[in-house]
Write a protein that binds this ligand. Structure first.
Ligand SMILES: Nc1ncnc2c1ncn2[C@@H]1O[C@H](COP(=O)(O)OP(=O)(O)OP(=O)(O)O)[C@@H](O)[C@H]1O
Length: 619
């Protein structure tokens, strides 16, 4: 309201001068009062302007942080079929705008507040202005002339001004925070996030890092937007010139037709000032109203993310009551299970039935696409069967508390991923409750056969296999002759340099070395003496390993297993199939044969045929 009150005081001052000229009499006390009020308004206004900038920055950081955490939470709670739903993906993508995560919602909130404020100012100023203009000759002409420079200034607002900037990130907490965010949002990690029940850990760690970093939790792009303002360009010089137009026009009119001059020349300044501020407000409202409804919609949809229902419903039967019995393994039964992936037409499994006793070692074999991995995914309850039922220790898997189920299973998927975090945390997240236990992490790396691989990397366990998007170095539009900055080599010109920077993060590990790291994470899950793992699932764990590494791995796995149930999926015969208590041979999504290696060979069916093809190569 201050600009309007200030305007009213200006009008009063003007009236006093006019009345004094007419009556040759001045009420000094009244003049002092009005002048003091006017000055106080001006001071108040300046104070508010400064406070507004400071408050807005703090508020910006807080709201941004809040929304970012909200979005990470919204992502981490989603299960696989829900996350893969294209409608849900569209909903999530809406909140990954160009200026970082929370932009749309934050812009919406600020937009709504500013618009409201502008509307209030315009209404009050308009009434004061109309009053003022009515009392002045030529007031309307002068008002029109005053709006021209404002229009020029704002029509140039969108013109692109090229800037040079550089960002190099070395803060470990910052890199880790954005690594956790990427882990929660990138689809390739979803299976491991859900199966390892990593959601709560990620959200908690993300929030504590945000708290630790405070205002520095903002990404570089967000910081740049908040702190670096545009430099005035040639447009601002034009604006300065144009703002003199009204006075020049009136000077000419004073010379040519003095009788048309306004009563008081003092009024010119007041009118110019009020019209400027009025036009500015109207223009601001016009610009903000354009995106307001869109932005408000975006805030609404941000909160709607919390309402997305997971397709895999939680059960209420506790599974971890008798943890002692879990160490003897978990019995599995598939009863007439058929399964179609949510968006597929064909069945991945058709009417599959089998039983695996507690503590057995089972190997599922079959050709590509026969459904081996799908069986493991259903056991981790990443999806629910389309038809039929799965029982664990005689209990329907759908009635079990999901967190309990996930805590009792360790799984290594065939298409495992590496998280955009340090190697230590990549392994540590096998068991989020001990994610920072260095001894256990080293032990897990040893069991996974990854120690040598890690030690040869310059940063060892602190190495990032892939740096999070927001923590990559950025050098944009720097002078061509400049070739180093902050001690780093510069690759000039924006986007291209970012791609190159990505590649430099690539540590160049081989497929087998990557697989050893993934295995270490699975071992990590089983190391803690209080862990309740009763079932170990491995999908082609040795696909990328050399024969010696494979032999060692199976040795370690057998020792680790104790009496737990272990299920493998494999194409290879030998080590595994020979020691298996049960082999399931599946073909075209159906279980065809089951039994031990010798029994299935004696049967002379599909399994025997597949075995003979591989064995013949060595005869
Ligand atoms: N996410 C998915 N969406 C749709 N269809 C899928 C998905 N994952 C697998 N399938 C399909 O389900 C079927 C069974 O796949 P699955 O991965 O279980 O086979 P597999 O026996 O493990 O194969 P491989 O030996 O190649 O690992 C295949 O036809 C496959 O194309």
């Amino acid at each position: 309201l201050l600009p309007a009150v200030s305007l009213w005081y200006s009008g009063q001052l003007l009236n006093i001068v006019q009345r004094a000229v007419d009556s040759q009499n001045l009420d000094t006390k009244y003049v002092v009062k009005i002048a003091a009020g006017h000055l106080a308004c001006r001071l108040g206004n300046s104070f508010l302007q400064v406070s507004r900038t400071t408050c807005r920055r703090h508020l910006d950081i807080h709201i941004n942080t809040h929304f970012k955490a909200h979005i990470v939470h919204a992502h981490t709670r989603l299960d696989c079929p829900t996350f893969e739903d294209s409608a849900v993906q569209r909903q999530l993508e809406e909140h990954q705008g160009a200026f970082g995560f929370s932009s749309a919602a934050w812009e919406g909130l600020i937009g709504a507040i500013t618009t409201l404020q502008s509307v209030l100012q315009v209404v009050t100023q308009f009434s004061v202005l109309v009053n003022l203009l009515r009392q002045q000759k030529d007031g309307i002409l002068f008002a029109l002339l005053t709006t021209i420079p404002i229009m020029i200034q704002y029509s140039g607002v969108n013109s692109s001004i090229s800037q040079a900037y550089a960002a190099v990130c070395s803060d470990k907490n910052f890199v880790r925070m954005y690594g956790l965010r990427d882990l929660s949002t990138q689809p390739q990690h979803r299976k491991e996030l859900v199966a390892g029940d990593l959601g709560p850990y990620i959200y908690k760690q993300f929030q504590s890092l945000q708290k630790l970093l405070g205002p520095y939790a903002l990404s570089f792009r967000e910081t740049r937007r908040l702190y670096i303002s545009r430099k005035p360009g040639w447009m601002s010089s034009l604006f300065t010139l144009c703002s003199e137009i009204p006075k020049i026009v009136f000077a000419f009119r004073a010379v040519h037709s003095p009788e048309k001059l306004p009563v008081s020349l003092a009024s010119l300044n007041v009118i110019q000032e009020s019209v400027s501020s009025f036009t500015l407000m109207v223009y601001q409202i016009y610009r903000e109203a354009e995106s307001l409804s869109e932005n408000l919609q975006s805030i609404k949809s941000l909160y709607k993310l919390d309402e997305i229902e997971n397709r895999v419903r939680d059960g209420n039967t506790h599974f971890l009551e008798n943890t002692l019995s879990l160490s003897d393994g978990i019995a599995i039964e598939f009863r007439n299970v058929s399964f179609k992936y949510p968006w597929a037409d064909a069945y991945a499994l058709r009417n599959v039935s089998f039983k695996i006793e507690k503590g057995r070692l089972c190997v599922i074999v079959g050709v590509n696409g026969s459904g081996k991995s799908t069986i493991l995914k259903l056991l981790a309850r990443l999806y629910d069967p389309t038809e039929g039922q799965i029982f664990l220790d005689g209990k329907d898997i759908q009635t079990l508390v999901l967190a309990d189920l996930r805590r009792s299973i360790a799984v290594l998927f065939q298409d495992y991923t590496h998280f955009p975090l340090s190697i230590a945390e990549n392994i540590g997240m096998g068991d989020p409750t001990h994610a920072f236990d260095e001894d256990q992490i080293r032990q897990a790396a040893q069991l996974g056969g990854a120690t040598e691989v890690i030690e040869k990397l310059p940063e060892g366990f602190d190495t990032y296999l892939q740096r999070p998007r927001e923590a990559r170095d950025m050098f944009v539009n720097l002078p061509p002759e400049m070739d180093t900055l902050f001690g780093k080599k510069i690759q000039n010109s924006g986007v291209k340099s970012r791609r190159k920077a990505d590649r430099s993060d690539d540590t160049g590990l081989s497929g087998g070395e990557m697989q050893r790291l993934a295995l270490s994470r699975t071992f990590m899950r089983t190391l803690n003496p209080e862990s309740h793992i009763g079932l170990l699932l491995f999908d082609e764990p040795s696909a990328s390993l050399d024969p010696e590494a494979e032999h060692d791995l199976f040795d370690r796995l057998r020792k680790l297993r104790g009496s737990k149930t272990m299920v493998f999926s494999s194409h290879r015969f030998g080590n595994l199939t020979r020691h298996a208590d049960l082999i399931l041979y599946i073909k075209m999504s159906e279980t065809i044969e089951s039994g031990t290696h010798d029994e299935l060979l004696a049967k002379g069916g599909g399994y025997a045929a597949m075995y003979n093809i591989q064995a013949r190569a060595f005869m």
